[in-house]
Design a protein around this ligand. Structure first.
Ligand SMILES: Cc1cc2nc3c(=O)[nH]c(=O)nc-3n(C[C@H](O)[C@H](O)[C@H](O)COP(=O)(O)OP(=O)(O)OC[C@H]3O[C@@H](n4cnc5c(N)ncnc54)[C@H](O)[C@@H]3O)c2cc1C
Length: 410
């Protein structure tokens, strides 16, 4: 049984149950095809919108998924801050969808990466514009999606080294640079691109800009072929003298922390990424449990073989621990606590468990699981990416170490 921190919150429990059913009934049956074809599940993404998983859900808050406003508040009126449910909703949903297929989970939720800084730093006008650009269908008849373009060919982990520039020019900024490994990079209708407005100011000069598809100078580039999460599109994006009105700069006119805001944005998404990894591990674990329950070896039920039973016991310990960490990180965020350390722990440990469980599952099943298209082979490939994106395994350890010692390890 899944450890349930939602037993006292029927709304959260209900959403999780609904997404679990969606994963089993709608995602699983098409997962292998989209993995093999490296194609986005556009029809299912439209269906998911119907279930409330809209591309603007992060900007709209909890309202989109539950029809209700978030019950928390930020205590600005001097009252004690009430807890929210958004982060816990995010991790519960992420685990369920990734249990169905991590690539499809990212296809459904990938726009959230771009929506997150808009929700955090955008003005009401910018939020409206972001919503407007995601309305209706695109020229291919697909639902519209968004992309968050931060990483560059020479800058992944070290985001302070961005080389994309945004030069002020009257009421506009002129953006030049190349972005790589961008989720929805080819298909997006709206991009949030990070560029340096003042290279002499270093990190403090970095700002995000909302850029509509079709803006001259915004050129979607090559789509990448990937090891895993192949139902999610990853591509290059180029900016060649791309003029963007200054009103579309996030945090304009506010005391923005520049790159600091970008880092906070990643802190808020890491527990959800850890939860996706838990979903992959659970998928492999449940597959094995079913196989072991029905199987025999030398006349004895497989479950009575200590070697097999202990392997599964070990996996169950790891999965439960990873889920507990993810839930703690989300619980802290919902209770307005600083969760930087926990978010990194949850993400890093989730990724480690997903790789360990899927690797053990491959070993236990043997050669049959090496066949292309075998579900365990797919989960094994999907798991690896969780060590790389949204902060690599090493970067998470740097963050955790810095939170312990107060200094960056060199
Ligand atoms: C499927 C996928 C989707 C992605 N989607 C997006 C997206 O939508 N938007 C976006 O902007 N980016 C996206 N990325 C990019 C992703 O965030 C980067 O790949 C990631 O940050 C790592 O950067 P890098 O690949 O350049 O590796 P590098 O930063 O070059 O790191 C290479 C190796 O060095 C290690 N390393 C680097 N710095 C340190 C250090 N200080 N101490 C110790 N070790 C270190 C790393 O851990 C890694 O092992 C995506 C990536 C993938 C694979």
């Amino acid at each position: 049984m899944k450890m349930d921190i939602f037993h006292d919150n029927p709304m959260l429990a209900g959403v999780r149950q609904m997404l679990g059913a969606f994963a089993t009934q709608q995602i699983r049956p098409i997962a292998a095809t989209h993995d093999r074809e490296e194609s986005m599940p556009w029809d299912l993404m439209r269906k998911a919108q119907g279930f409330g998983m809209t591309q603007t859900a992060v900007v709209d808050g909890r309202k989109a998924l539950t029809g209700k406003d978030d019950d928390g508040d930020d205590g600005k009126d001097g009252s004690a801050k009430k807890p929210k449910s958004q982060a816990r909703l995010g991790v519960a949903g992420s685990e369920e969808l990734a249990y169905g297929c991590a690539g499809i989970c990212l296809a459904i939720g990938g726009s959230g990466l771009a929506a997150s800084p808009v929700a955090r730093m955008g003005t009401e006008e910018q939020k409206q514009e972001f919503r407007r650009l995601l309305k209706g269908d695109d020229e291919k008849g697909h639902i519209r999606v968004a992309a968050m373009a931060l990483s560059e060919p020479s800058t992944g982990s070290d985001i302070s080294g961005l080389s994309t520039t945004a030069r002020p020019d009257g009421d506009h900024y002129v953006i030049n640079g190349h972005k790589q490994w961008i989720t929805n990079g080819q298909s997006a209708s709206v991009y949030v691109v990070w560029a340096n407005t003042d290279p002499s100011a270093g990190r403090a000069g970095v700002r995000g800009f909302i850029v509509a598809r079709g803006t001259p100078g915004l050129v979607p580039g090559r789509k990448e072929t990937k090891l895993g999460i192949r139902a999610s599109e990853t591509a290059q994006v180029h900016f060649e003298d791309c003029r963007v009105h200054k009103d579309m700069m996030l945090g304009a006119g506010q005391s923005s922390e520049g790159l600091g805001d970008t880092k906070k944005m990643l802190d808020s998404t890491r527990p959800m990424v850890g939860a996706q990894a838990v979903g992959i591990a659970r998928a492999a674990f449940e597959y094995l449990v079913e196989r072991v329950q029905g199987g025999t070896m030398q006349g004895t039920p497989l479950a009575q073989h200590q070697r097999v039973a202990f392997e599964l016991a070990e996996m169950e310990m790891e999965i439960q621990a990873a889920r507990a960490l993810v839930h703690k990180a989300a619980w802290m965020a919902d209770h307005h606590m600083d969760n930087v350390r926990m978010a990194s722990i949850a993400k890093a440990y989730g990724a480690k468990v997903a790789q360990d469980v899927t690797s053990r599952a491959l070993t236990l099943l043997g050669e049959e699981a090496l066949e292309p298209g075998h579900p365990v082979e797919k989960w094994y490939r999907d798991a690896k990416i969780y060590d790389i994106f949204e902060g690599t395994a090493q970067i998470q350890r740097r963050i955790i170490a810095r939170s312990i010692f107060g200094v960056n390890p060199t």
